[in-house]
Ligand binder design. Structure first.
Ligand SMILES: [Zn+2]
Length: 429
């Protein structure tokens, strides 16, 4: 028997309530794995086993093949291995007649470093609950979203309903540095008619995001003991010439005309020096200094154009410095080579999300543009698959005492369930 979408929503929402303690416990479990870059393997094992044994859906666990994906649009260059760092994909296969559209639900399992640990009041890997908040690194960004998408599917499944089209659930690696986990899963054939990613944007739909590149700049000085410092060239001081040039670049790009989706942001394009390495002794003049920065840019621009612009900007600054003119800095790129996205909100994916959000919250869906990047870009830009983010409310993302609002996690679970009913349709099994 085919179910009308509205007929079963009430049942599903009730089921989500019943499963709520289990959902919170699941979130605590995955939150306790320190799944920073390179350390995603253990939690991916846990999730693959959960998909297979608890949800009983077809499960694939595979390590990205870098040689294969490096040929694809959307690939970002890396300097590390993918060994023991699998991507997990579960497929809940449509059993009856296909009555709806297929769907990807996706979350990234990688989290950024919790350092410095001394800034935390709560254990970053403790999944501590206080009142209505759960604390921990990655709890907001974005393990809570993963819990929500898993339990939206679980609630529907436990009622004996079947989706009217396939649902793929992916937990990917490397959203925080390359997006290559997502690319590898798409390349393996895991595509669908639409994709939702529960990034924690506070129950809003993501309509646009900036592009992001990482740059590395290596500056050489002429080292010596400090007593002969007048004859030495301090690499840290020379690096500052270029760091200051990047600050000017930031002003320059933010003074340009803002595209439509970013007019409300005072400062849409962030340039952040995130790493600086040099020196090993206060009384030595450092011979080398390397710094790395993250640079934002607007949708519609090829990332290579921005890489060239940044390189030219830094080399122009170097030309104005007597030392750097002779001993040129080495400028290279790794990590994010991520282009921006700007979506038309008059598409089915958003219409269905608007309805689902309205059904579960009683409010109109709001749209946002973000000054960071997410994995929706691969789907939208290179594979023609409409994709957006809609996820919970939280705070201190990437900072100390990151938290998620648990009520909002339940809301996201409900909205995803309502979305599935409408987008995929359901059949009784
Ligand atoms: Zn995220």
């Amino acid at each position: 028997m085919q179910m009308g979408p509205d007929g079963s929503l009430e049942q599903v929402l009730k089921k989500i309530e019943e499963l709520w303690d289990e959902e919170v416990a699941f979130l605590q479990d995955i939150g306790r794995y320190p799944s920073t870059l390179g350390n995603e393997g253990a939690v991916q094992e846990f999730i693959a086993s959960y998909f297979e044994n608890n949800l009983e859906i077809e499960t694939d666990k595979f390590v990205p093949d870098i040689d294969k994906i490096s040929m694809l649009d959307g690939f970002s260059h890396v300097e590390w291995s993918y060994q023991d760092r699998p991507v997990v994909v579960g497929r809940w296969r449509n059993q009856g007649p296909q009555i709806g559209k297929s769907l990807i639900l996706q979350g990234h399992i990688d989290v950024v470093s919790p350092e410095p640990l001394s800034f935390w009041k709560y254990d970053p890997w403790g999944s501590t609950i206080v009142g209505n908040k759960m604390y921990g690194r990655g709890i907001q960004d974005m393990k809570s979203g993963i819990a929500a998408m898993v339990f939206a599917l679980k609630a529907i499944k436990e009622l004996g309903l079947n989706p009217g089209a396939d649902i793929l659930m992916k937990t990917v690696i490397e959203e925080e540095c390359t997006g290559n986990g997502t690319l590898a899963a798409i390349d393996r054939g895991y595509v669908a008619d639409g994709a939702l990613i529960p990034e924690p944007f506070g129950l809003t739909a993501l309509q646009a995001q900036v592009g992001v590149i990482w740059v590395r700049v290596k500056v050489k000085g002429a080292g010596a003991h400090v007593e002969r410092a007048d004859r030495a060239v301090n690499a840290i001081e020379k690096a500052y010439v270029l760091i200051n040039a990047l600050a000017e670049y930031r002003q320059h790009i933010n003074s340009r005309l803002k595209p439509f989706n970013f007019t409300k942001h005072a400062h849409p394009l962030n340039v952040n020096v995130g790493v600086i390495k040099s020196g090993d002794w206060p009384s030595n003049v450092p011979a080398e200094c390397t710094f790395e920065a993250r640079i934002g840019f607007y949708p519609g621009t090829d990332y290579r154009e921005i890489q060239n612009e940044v390189k030219d900007w830094l080399m122009a600054a170097a030309k104005n410095d007597q030392w750097l003119r002779e001993v040129e800095p080495e400028i290279s790129f790794y990590g994010f080579e991520a282009e921006g996205v700007s979506l038309d909100n008059n598409i089915d994916l958003f219409k269905v999300l608007e309805q689902a959000h309205q059904q579960t919250t009683g409010t109109d869906l709001k749209y946002i543009s973000t000054t960071c990047t997410t994995d929706i870009r691969h789907y939208n830009l290179y594979y023609g698959i409409p994709a957006t983010c809609y996820g919970p409310v939280g705070g201190n993302m990437h900072g100390a005492d990151e938290w998620v609002d648990l009520d909002s996690v339940k809301k996201v679970t409900q909205t995803y369930a309502a979305f599935i009913l409408k987008w995929c349709g359901v059949n009784r099994s």
